[in-house]
Design a protein. Sequence first.
Length: 84
Amino acid sequence: MIGEQHTGAIAGALISAVAHEGLTVTVNGRPARLAIITDDGAVFAAGDMVALEAQAVAVNAYRSFLKAQGHLRVWSKPIEAKAA
């Protein structure tokens, strides 16, 4: 867990993060969006809201780790689905 994490497992997809910009995604060099897909294949939520939520959860988990609070799991609040 500590140290550099392996990335690049999804051919053609690039997920990048900048602390003051959040997560961005490209597929084969073209802009893409993160999405939450249910088990039956329905898109529950997609876009900037998903990227911001994913980043917030990851940052909060890391901050808890750094503060030695023992929290190994961090939850987001429920994302409200919006009609497409």
